[in-house]
Design a protein around this ligand. Structure first.
Ligand code: HEM
Ligand code: SF4
Length: 554
């Protein structure tokens, strides 16, 4: 894990001190809210429906136990006892008092964290595969490169006032868990003749105009990565539309100019700046890599674990859904669901955060991750420790066995918190999860991604959900539109609109109908919803959603 050096430390401290002064001037009235706005946005502070909202970066989703404990402390001391983990691997606090925010930032600085560039038209928190450095299917850990990108982009003088925000995601595995194709830049590590490099994807994004990114180069040597990414961002910084906020993202630039023209411009820019990279970046990368060395994995017997699996069905069910194969013998990656049926997706209480921090300390080599699917991961747990870990998770209400299933729903804050929302997201997610729990068919349904956003900005990734739900406002009434067949992985696709939207009262029954209908349509119990959709196309699913229309047409 990356550790701050003296420079990083004093840089963050200075920012906190600066912001403390700015907040004091806002409170005594010498700054108006309008004057204060750009200053607070430089420090991750938004003004939402009911209160300020502080967004804290968790770089590439990685944190240690002390950092998680601090997030718990902030939730308890300055918020209502909980925090909201987001699809950008960040945490948001929805209820801080303005006067407390400098103290919150100072607390964060104590553990090497901050909120810089979690808002504004800058390069945002670089996100990565949440199983990085642990997954059995990985070529190499992508986080050192993510950290290099973070250092390069933080306060980069050229990239503070870009046409719009800019998001970079990176994966070291061929199985894309970082949604690289729906980011401004997606980086996918590939091997060529034994050497690691990157496939570079540009111009993906969700929001109002969802697009799957296009490959700008299929193999970029690792040593060229920083200058090449810099070339892409500077081409867009110059070319991107500043006249229209809705056309400002790089996806529109790529769409309007074409990928071939963008490639030509990037290559030209790269040719100019590549020679200015003297190799210092590679020296830095080597230093960063050393900090991401794998922990000292232990060797222990796993017979006890197997025995408990055979005798305890609840434990077995949890291991079936919440574990992923680790690269080290005897180890597992544990996904902790913070999607208990009926709870707010992504919310964890201060107590739960502390439990997870303790468990990481005791059983998990002091490491945790936040996933873009709004869960918490312990990347390195030896199987012999799993029965004890499971028992502790159960007592903290954290042992729901639903990772990847129908109730593991991504939901943005929607109208419960967000000033931009046109509908509620959280209650819909809660009702759907509760319904599938009542029916006891989640495990039968199998892998299913349901994703919900409360407006077209698509913070809940609904476009890339197998079933996406978009909350809209129709003449003051909440209305929910369904999209089908979205996919966030290496086979990414934007979902197709199924038809007219549903009212708040109709949407949960519609989803239930859809899922039960899929179970009738599937060829075998292991054909997933997405596979069935790809085989059959949209028509039978539309017929299930709109039986009346079918009857009328007949
Ligand atoms: C409540 C405060 C929030 C506000 C005001 C907000 C605002 C926005 C806006 C305006 C966009 C559209 C940007 C564009 O396309 O240029 C957007 C996109 C997005 N936001 Fe949020 N958001 C909020 C919370 C969240 C949360 C909680 C998450 C994660 C759960 C999130 C993750 C995202 C993602 C993934 C996108 C996708 C669009 C893209 O960049 O391709 N945001 N947000
Ligand atoms: S999708 Fe819309 S409602 Fe949901 S958090 Fe984003 S901006 Fe707010």
């Amino acid at each position: 894990m990356y550790k701050y050096n003296d420079f990083d430390e004093s840089f963050v401290r200075e920012r906190v001190a600066q912001f403390r002064g700015q907040v004091a001037r806002r409170i005594d009235g010498s700054l108006t809210e309008d004057e204060f706005k750009p200053l607070r946005l430089m420090n991750g502070l938004y003004l939402q429906l009911h209160a300020y909202m502080l967004r804290v970066a968790v770089p590439y989703g990685t944190l240690n136990s002390a950092q998680m404990d601090m997030l718990a402390h902030l939730a308890q001391t300055y918020d209502k006892g909980y925090g909201h983990f987001t699809t950008r691997q960040n945490i948001q606090y929805n209820w801080p008092e303005l006067g407390d925010v400098p103290d919150m930032l100072s607390n964060l600085a104590d553990v090497g964290m901050h909120a810089i560039q979690t808002s504004g038209n800058t390069i945002r928190n670089v996100t990565a595969d949440h199983f990085a450095g642990a997954a059995a299917d990985e070529i190499a850990d992508p986080r050192p490169v993510a950290e290099l990108l973070r250092q390069w982009s933080t306060d980069h003088p050229e990239f503070q006032f870009m046409p719009r925000k800019f998001k970079i995601a990176i994966t070291g595995s061929p199985n894309d868990r970082a949604v690289t194709k729906a980011h401004d830049i997606g980086l996918r590590m590939v091997l060529r003749d034994g050497a690691a490099g990157y496939e570079v994807i540009v111009g993906g994004g969700l929001g109002r105009t969802p697009m799957i990114g296009k490959v700008i180069t299929d193999f970029l040597p690792q040593a060229d990565l920083l200058p090449y990414v810099e070339a892409i961002v500077s081409v867009w910084n110059r070319l991107g539309r500043r006249d229209n906020k809705y056309k400002s993202r790089i996806k529109i630039t790529v769409h309007e100019h074409g990928i071939d023209e963008i490639r030509r411009l990037v290559d030209a820019r790269f040719a100019v700046i590549r020679p200015t990279f003297s190799g210092v970046d590679q020296e830095m990368l080597a230093e960063i890599e050393a900090q991401f060395a794998a922990p000292a994995f232990k060797i222990a017997d796993t017979k006890g674990y197997e025995a408990v699996r055979l005798t305890n069905p609840a434990f077995r069910s949890w291991t079936d859904t919440n574990l992923t194969q680790h690269r080290a013998d005897g180890y597992a990656i544990v996904s902790i669901s913070i999607k208990k049926h009926g709870a707010t997706p992504g919310d964890a209480t201060a107590d739960q955060m502390r439990v997870m921090a303790d468990l990481a300390r005791t059983y998990g080599h002091d490491e945790l991750r936040i996933s873009h699917e709004q869960n918490v991961i312990l990347p390195h747990v030896h199987k012999s420790d799993l029965p004890k870990l499971y028992a502790a998770l159960r007592s903290a209400d954290l042992a729901t066995a639903n990772i990847g299933l129908a109730s593991d729903i991504i939901a943005c804050p929607g109208m419960d918190y967000c000033a931009l929302a046109t509908a509620r997201s959280i209650p819909i997610a809660q009702e759907i999860a509760t319904r599938f729990d009542e029916l006891k068919i989640e495990h039968d349904i199998g892998a299913l991604k349901i994703k919900i956003s409360g407006c077209i900005n698509a913070c809940g990734h609904h476009h890339v959900g197998h079933i996406g739900i978009l909350g809209l406002d129709r003449a003051g009434v909440e209305n929910y539109q369904i999209t089908l067949g979205g996919d966030h992985t290496e086979t990414a696709a934007v979902g197709e609109r199924a038809g007219p939207g549903f009212s708040a009262a109709e949407i949960v029954p519609a989803i239930e109908r859809l899922v039960l209908g899929y179970m009738d349509l599937r060829q075998a119990s292991d054909e997933t919803f997405l596979e069935a959709y790809r085989r059959l196309g949209v028509a039978p699913f539309k017929a299930i959603l709109y039986p009346q229309e079918k009857a009328n047409a007949a």
